[in-house]
Design a protein around this ligand. Sequence first.
Ligand SMILES: Cc1cc2nc3c(=O)[nH]c(=O)nc-3n(C[C@H](O)[C@H](O)[C@H](O)COP(=O)(O)OP(=O)(O)OC[C@H]3O[C@@H](n4cnc5c(N)ncnc54)[C@H](O)[C@@H]3O)c2cc1C
Length: 472
Amino acid sequence: MALLETDYLVIGAGATGLAFADTLLQQGDAHITLVDLHAKPGGHWNDAYPFVALHQPSAFYGVNSLALGSGRKDTVGHNAGLYELASGVEVSGYFHKVMQQQLLPSGRVHHLPMTRFLGMADGAGRIASVLSGAESQIRVRRKVVDARWFSPSVPATTQPKFSVAPGVRRVTPTGLTQLWQAGQERPGQFCILGAGKTAMDVGVWLLDCGVSPDAIRWVMPRDAWLVNRLTTQPGEEFFMHAIGGQVQQMKAMAEATDPVDLFERLEASGQMLRIDRTQRPRMFHYATMSEGEVQWLRQITQVIRKGRVQAIEAGALVLDQGRETMDAGTLYIDCTASAVEVREMAPMFQPGRILPQLVRAPLISFSAAVCAYVEANFDDDAVKNRLCTPVPFPRSVGGYVAATMGSLANQLRWGEDKVMRHWIRESRLDGFGRMVAGVDRNDAEKMALLGELRQQGAAAMANAKRLLAMAD
Ligand SMILES: Cc1cc2nc3c(=O)[nH]c(=O)nc-3n(C[C@H](O)[C@H](O)[C@H](O)COP(=O)(O)OP(=O)(O)OC[C@H]3O[C@@H](n4cnc5c(N)ncnc54)[C@H](O)[C@@H]3O)c2cc1C
């Protein structure tokens, strides 16, 4: 059995593992080994459907040392006027480049694709090749980094939790794009199953492809609040939307009487969107959309709100709250994989082990980079855990308050350390840091807005406890 050695053994070479490894490499002299089941770096992006794209601007996704995209704005499509969103293949290509151009040339990174981490035994990681089955051990001199905490489920690799009768046509979003293949009959009706971002992408894509809204039905167990992408733009010209938007978020949090009221205030000030304004959404997962996409989706009016699918029978859907008769020729597009899994939070720094989680919601790659920065620059685990207090990912509207307040509390702690504050401000993954740092002190309007942000932030924190107590 081969015995390898490394300082840090990173399990998972998705966005989390790569962003962590990239910053750790920049911040010290450690040797890093990444093991991953996939054939290429990038994690679940390798399994994504052809029309997937980031829902946030490329400008602040990926790893710290390499820009993603060219910083241009889209001129066509539903995102026109806003900063580019990398497509799935661009994200995969980017992570390939990260490995080939940033990590491996350092001579301090070892990548083991198609390799399963089996566990630790006597200070060594046990791994096995997916292809040959051969087992090896990696002696870990410093720490194991478990970068699998997020590991979102995606349709292509997830089995449905409902039964499907023989003869029923169920496809994943990838299968939907393969309907051109010989022997595939054109469906009379399309039915989207699920209410998350993937389901929304499918709705937009079907309409873009010219499918009539009358031919689309949509099973939506819960309606969702959506982040208005306009408020996430990193360019200077969006200062009022981005920083002004943060002021509005803090103001809404300071004044809201309960979480429902909070989201209605956020909608009124243009921070949040919902597809159907007659519904009161209960779900919030930071799915981010442009106003154009939301408007486009409103064409789909045949929405089935009877809970989750339990079974698809020939000619009918069985749902939590009843049956729904369906056309026999319906094609079901399964978007029920839960991209956001429910996982227990734990201290990020444990003896011999690091478990990267969110330090600022919802920025996964930024969070992993901060976690690596803290590992490289601080000694005491108690200090590290204070700087990287896990922020809960929201499961519902109530979770937004905890996620926002947790992110804010971490930000305040980082601000106490001048060097860390500077590093974060310069990080491309931070989103708005450079925009704020670049404000001309003589620009009275922008300076006033920054002052208001501080004021409203304090008021929001004061009201947050009350809102948290009401959260479900
Ligand atoms: C459609 C879609 C769009 C998204 N858009 C955005 C966005 O715009 N912005 C954003 O911030 N986030 C977005 N996300 C969230 C996204 O999931 C994260 O950004 C990120 O890609 C998650 O990466 P990860 O490394 O945590 O998980 P993964 O990509 O799942 O990587 C985990 C890796 O661990 C490996 N692994 C698991 N078990 C083992 C084992 N035993 N041994 C070895 N390896 C193992 C897996 O093979 C996998 O490669 C999106 C998600 C989806 C599904």
